[in-house]
Design a protein. Structure first.
Lengths: 284, 466
C-alpha cells in the first residue's frame, strides 16, 4: 500500500497537469472568442453609428443637464406639473395590470397543456410548447405595431401585444413549475379515483400557486416597462406623452415624466420583491 | 353509516371550533380577492375599450394586410383614351414594367390577344378572364358566376355595368358600384376596377416573387439554385463581373426585399445585444463584489452601490436610450450603452446576491492555508459563483436581443427601425412579414445559443438562480 502510493501520486500529478492544460486551452479559446466578438462588434458599431464615439461621450451629460436646468428655472411651479401627469401614468399601469391578468390566465391554460405529468399526448405537448415559443419570441413592439396599423391609435394594440407575450413567457415558467412539482399528491388522488380536473385542483394547484403568483408579480413589473415603451410608439399612456414632450423639447415636463416613471418602477421593484418574499419565502 | 359520520363530524367541529373558524375566514378572504379580481377585469374591460375590438377591427384591412404578406400582385392598366398602350407593372411600380424594351422583359403569358384578335385578355389564376376592348371590359368565365358581365362607359363618361337592373342581388355579389367606379372583386385574388379614365386590374398570386433577384436583375430569369449552379460555369451572365460576385451583389442589392440593408440592420441589432450584455457583465462583476457584505466590510460603500444598482435598473432602458440617443445619435452605441447601463443594475444586484449566498466553508479553507484576502476570494468565492454569472449573463443576452429590436425602433437604428419603415410605407407588407420572421428566427436562435452555451459551460441549460 505504502509502496503503491508514490506511483499513484505520479499518475495523479500527470492527470492534473493534463486537466490544467486542457482547461487553460479552453479558457484561452473562450477569451479569444470574446475579444474577437468585442472588436468585431465595435467595428460594426463605428461603421453604423451616425455620430462619432468620442463626441458622444463628450455630449453625454448635455441632455440631462439641460433637463435639470429647465426644471430648476421653473421653481415651485414644477410640482403641479408632476401631479398633472399622474392620470397618464395610471393608464399605463392599467394596460400592464389588465394584460398581465389575462395573460396569466392564458399561461395557466397553456402550462397545463404542455406539462408532461398532466398530459399524456406528446403531440399536444409539442404543439403547445412550440406555440409558446413563438408567442414568447416576438418582441411585443412588433405585434403592437402591426395591430396599431390595423386598428388605429388606441391602447388596445398594447393590451393585445403584452397579453400574447405574457402568455408565452409565463407559460414556459409555469410549465417548468408544474413539471417540477411533487408527484406524490397526484398519485394519492389517483388512488382514491379523482378525476383529471380534481387532480389538478387539489394536488397540482396548491403546490404551484404561490410560485405562479410570484412569477406573475415579476411579470407585472416587466409589463409596466413594456407598456411604457409601447406608449412610445403610439399606444397611449405616459409613454406617448413622453414622446410628445421630447419632440416639443419641454425639458422640465420630460423630467417630470421620467421622475414619475422611475419612481413607479423602483416602487414596483421593492413591492414585488416584498410580495414574492411573502409568497415563497425567497427573495428571488 | 352516514349518520354516524355526521355525528363524528359534529364532534370534531365542537372539539376544534377555532380551527374551523379560521378556515372559514381564510376561505372568505380568498373569495373576496377573487371577487375583486373579477371586478377589476370588468373595469379594465371598459376603461381599456376592449369592448370596442369588434368596432375597431376592420376585417377588410386585416385581410388585405394578411394577403399582401404572402402574395404579390401585378397591375394591368389601360387608359380609355389610348387603349392600345396597356401597361403591366409588378406591384404597380413604375420601375418594374413588363415588356419595356430597355429591360428586355417579356410580357407574362397570362396576358395575350383574344381569339377575335381585337381584345386583350388578362387571365387570372382561377381561369376567369377579363377582356379589354376599346369601349368595354368583358368579365368572362369566372367560377361560381353563371353569366358573363360587361362594363361600359355611358355618354357622360361614367362606368356602368351593362344590364345591372335585370340582375338578381345574388349575381351582383363581388360588385361594388359607385358613381365614378365599378369594382369587381369576386375573391381577394382578383380585382377589376373601371374608372372614367382608365381600367385597372390587380392580379394576385401566392408567394414572394423576386425574393432573391429583383425585377431588373440579370439573374431574374433563373431560380435561386439555377443561379447558384451558374456560379460554377465559365460563361459570364454579364461581362463586367464573375458570376459568383454577380450572384452575391444581386442578392444584396435586391430592391424589393433589400437583403443587404436588412441583414446589416439585423447585425447591428445583434451587436447591440451582445456588446451591451458584455458591457453590463464586465461592469457588474467588480461592482457586485464591492456590494456584497461578505467581501466588503464598509457599510456605506455597500449601501451606495446597492442604491446605484436600483437606480440604474429603475431608469428603464427606454429612458437610457433617450439620453444616449441625444449623445451618440442613431446607431448601435445608443443601444449598447442603454442595455449596458440597465443590465449593470440588474446583473449587479443578482451577482451580489449570489456572492452573499456562497458557502463560507470554502473561503475558510483557503484562509486556513494563510492565503491573502484576494486569493481567498479568487479561490473561495469565484468558483462557486462562476456558473451563476455565466447562466445569468447568457439568460439576459436572449432577452436583450428583443430589447435591442425595441431600442432600434425608438430611433437607434437596426432592424427595429427598418421594420417601422416598412410598416409605415403601407404597402410593403411582404417586407414586414420577412423582417418579422427574421427577428423571430434570430431571437429563437439566440435563445437556443444561450441554452447550448449554458449546457456546455456549466452542464445545465436551466437558469441557475443560486
Amino acid at each position: 500500500m505504502s509502496k503503491a502510493l508514490p506511483a499513484n501520486l505520479e499518475q495523479i500529478e500527470v492527470n492534473l497537469k493534463k486537466l490544467t492544460n486542457q482547461r487553460t486551452r479552453s479558457s484561452l479559446l473562450g477569451i479569444a472568442i470574446l475579444i474577437l466578438v468585442f472588436f468585431g462588434g465595435t467595428l460594426v458599431s463605428l461603421e453604423a453609428n451616425a455620430g462619432s464615439f468620442g463626441r458622444g461621450i463628450a455630449n453625454f451629460f448635455n441632455y440631462p443637464r439641460d433637463l435639470f436646468v429647465d426644471t430648476f428655472e421653473m421653481g415651485w411651479k414644477y410640482w403641479p406639473r408632476v401631479i398633472k401627469y399622474i392620470p397618464e401614468l395610471i393608464i399605463t399601469l392599467n394596460i400592464a395590470l389588465f394584460s398581465t391578468s389575462i395573460g396569466f390566465v392564458l399561461a395557466v391554460i397553456f402550462a397545463i397543456f404542455s406539462s408532461r405529468n398532466l398530459i399524456r399526448n406528446k403531440r399536444v405537448i409539442q404543439f403547445t410548447k412550440f406555440f409558446m415559443d413563438v408567442t414568447r419570441s416576438f418582441p411585443t413592439l412588433i405585434i403592437a405595431m402591426v395591430f396599431l396599423y390595423l386598428m388605429g391609435k388606441s391602447s388596445l394594440p398594447a393590451v393585445i401585444a403584452i397579453t400574447i407575450h405574457t402568455a408565452g413567457a409565463l407559460g414556459k415558467l409555469f410549465t417548468e413549475a408544474i413539471e417540477n412539482c411533487d408527484g406524490k399528491p397526484i398519485e394519492g388522488l389517483s388512488s382514491v379515483g379523482a378525476t383529471w380536473t380534481q387532480k389538478i385542483r387539489f394536488s397540482v394547484l396548491p403546490q404551484v400557486l404561490p410560485l405562479f403568483l410570484s412569477y406573475g408579480i415579476l411579470r407585472l413589473e416587466i409589463n409596466v416597462r413594456e407598456s411604457t415603451i409601447l406608449g412610445f410608439v403610439g399606444a397611449g399612456g405616459i409613454g406617448e406623452l413622453l414622446a410628445a414632450l421630447i419632440q416639443w423639447n419641454y425639458g422640465a415636463d420630460v423630467l417630470a415624466c421620467m421622475f414619475l416613471l422611475v419612481g413607479t418602477i423602483i416602487a414596483l421593484d421593492y413591492l414585488s420583491a416584498y410580495w414574492r418574499h411573502k409568497l415563497i419565502g425567497v427573495n428571488q | 353509516m352516514s349518520s354516524s359520520l355526521a355525528i363524528e363530524r359534529d364532534n370534531i367541529l365542537k372539539l376544534f371550533p377555532d380551527t374551523f373558524k379560521q378556515a372559514r375566514k381564510s376561505r372568505l378572504k380568498g373569495q373576496i380577492i377573487f371577487f375583486l379580481i373579477i371586478l377589476y377585469l370588468i373595469v379594465g374591460f371598459f376603461t381599456l375599450d376592449v369592448v370596442d375590438i369588434p368596432k375597431k377591427w376592420k376585417p377588410q384591412n386585416a385581410a388585405m394586410f394578411a394577403l399582401d404578406t404572402y402574395a404579390h400582385k401585378d397591375h394591368v392598366t389601360m387608359k380609355w383614351e389610348n387603349h392600345d398602350d396597356i401597361k403591366i407593372a409588378f406591384e404597380g411600380n413604375y420601375r418594374s414594367v413588363y415588356g419595356r424594351d430597355n429591360l428586355d422583359k417579356s410580357i407574362p403569358d397570362w396576358f395575350y390577344k383574344n381569339s377575335d384578335n381585337v381584345g386583350n385578355v388578362v387571365k387570372f389564376n382561377n381561369k376567369g378572364k377579363a377582356i379589354l376592348y376599346k369601349d368595354r371590359v368583358e368579365i368572362v368565365n369566372f367560377p361560381k358566376y353563371e353569366r358573363d358581365f360587361t362594363i361600359k362607359l355611358n355618354t357622360n363618361g361614367k362606368p356602368y355595368l351593362v344590364g345591372s337592373e335585370d340582375l338578381a342581388e345574388d349575381d351582383l355579389k363581388g360588385f361594388r358600384i359607385t358613381e365614378n367606379r365599378v369594382e369587381f372583386r369576386p375573391t381577394l385574388y382578383e380585382r377589376i376596377q373601371v374608372y372614367p379614365r382608365k381600367v385597372e386590374i390587380h392580379r394576385y398570386s401566392i408567394g414572394w416573387k423576386y425574393f432573391w433577384f429583383d425585377f431588373s436583375s440579370p439573374l431574374e430569369p433563373y431560380s435561386f439554385f439555377e443561379a447558384l449552379g451558374l456560379t460554377f460555369s465559365k460563361e459570364r451572365v454579364v461581362p463586367e463581373m464573375s458570376n459568383l460576385k454577380l450572384f452575391f451583389t444581386e442578392i444584396k442589392d435586391n430592391e424589393a426585399f433589400m437583403h443587404g440593408r436588412v441583414w446589416w440592420a439585423m447585425l447591428e441589432t445583434i451587436v447591440m445585444a451582445v456588446l451591451g450584455t458584455m458591457f453590463a457583465t464586465v461592469m457588474a462583476l467588480p461592482l457586485s463584489f464591492l456590494a456584497a457584505y461578505n467581501v466588503t466590510p464598509i457599510k456605506a460603500l455597500r449601501f451606495t452601490l446597492r442604491r446605484l444598482f436600483d437606480t440604474l435598473r429603475g431608469i428603464d432602458f427606454l429612458i437610457w436610450s433617450l439620453i444616449f440617443l441625444r449623445a451618440f445619435g442613431p446607431g448601435p452605441f445608443t443601444g449598447i450603452f442603454a442595455i449596458g447601463f440597465t443590465d449593470t443594475g440588474t446583473l449587479g444586484k443578482l451577482y451580489s446576491e449570489a456572492i452573499e449566498n456562497t458557502e463560507k466553508k470554502q473561503q475558510e479553507g483557503v484562509q486556513s492555508t494563510g492565503a491573502s484576502k484576494f486569493l481567498q476570494h479568487r479561490f473561495g468565492i469565484i468558483p462557486q459563483i462562476l456558473p451563476i454569472f455565466v447562466s445569468q449573463s447568457l439568460y439576459y443576452l436572449e432577452s436583450n436581443t428583443r430589447g435591442a429590436v425595441i431600442i432600434g425602433a425608438m430611433g437607434a437604428g437596426g432592424i427595429g427601425l427598418q421594420f417601422l419603415g416598412a410598416l409605415g410605407t403601407g404597402n410593403d407588407f411582404e417586407n414586414v412579414a420577412y423582417m418579422a420572421i427574421l427577428v423571430l428566427a434570430v431571437v429563437i436562435f439566440m435563445d437556443r445559443l444561450s441554452a447550448w452555451l449554458r449546457r456546455i459551460l456549466i452542464g445545465s441549460d436551466q437558469l441557475i438562480v443560486r
